[in-house]
Design a protein around this ligand. Sequence first.
Ligand code: CA
Length: 219
Amino acid sequence: MRVLVVEDEKKTASFVRKALQAEGFAVDVCHNGDDALAAARATPFDGIVLDIMLPGRDGLSVLRQLRERKNVTPVLLLSARGEVNERVEGLNAGADDYLPKPFELVELVARVRALTRRGGETKSTVLSVADLTLDTLTRQAQRGETSIELTVREYRLLEFLMRSAGRLCGRMMILEKSGIMISTPARTWLTFTSGGCAKKLTRTLNPSCSTPFVARAMC
Ligand code: CA
C-alpha cells in the first residue's frame, strides 16, 4: 500500500512517515498543497493523510481539487482544531475520515489501514508482474504456485519495486520511498527487469530460474 502524507510540520511528517513505514506502507511526503496535488496526479496512492492547515493552498482546497479531478483516493484529514464545522466541511468536501490533533500514532496508523482497506474494496489490491503477485492487504507474495515468505523490509522493497515496474530506481529513491537502504556499490542502479537482483530477494523468489525478475543490478 502506498500512502501520501501531506504535512508542513516536518517533525510530525517524519513521525507519521516512520510509523506508517514500520507497518509496511510505502510513504511519500509533501509539505504543501501544490506539491500534494502534483504528487497525487503523478502517482496512484492507496490513501492520503492530509493536514488542513498548510501554507498556501490548504488541505480542504487540496481535497476539493482532488475530487474535482475525479480522484477518489481515500483521504484522512488532520487538523489542529477539532471543530465540528471544520470536520463537517471536510467530510462534505469528500474526506473519508477525520483525526484531530494531537493524535496517537497508533490511532493514525489504524485509521489509515482501515481507510486503505475500504479503498481496496473498489479496486484490486494485488500487484502482479509476470507470474509474481503481491497482495497488498494480506502481504502474501506468490510466484507461480509458490508462496514466498517476506520480512517487513522485504515486503516494502518488493512492493515499491513492483509499483515501479519498468522504471529505473536509484538507491536514494528506494531509501526515500520505502525506507530501505540497498547495500550495493554507489553507482549501481536497480531496475525492475529480468536478470540478477537484490540478492536475498532474488534467491528467495527464484533460486534456479535463469530469468528471475525483481530488480537487476546495473552499473
Ligand atoms: Ca500543518
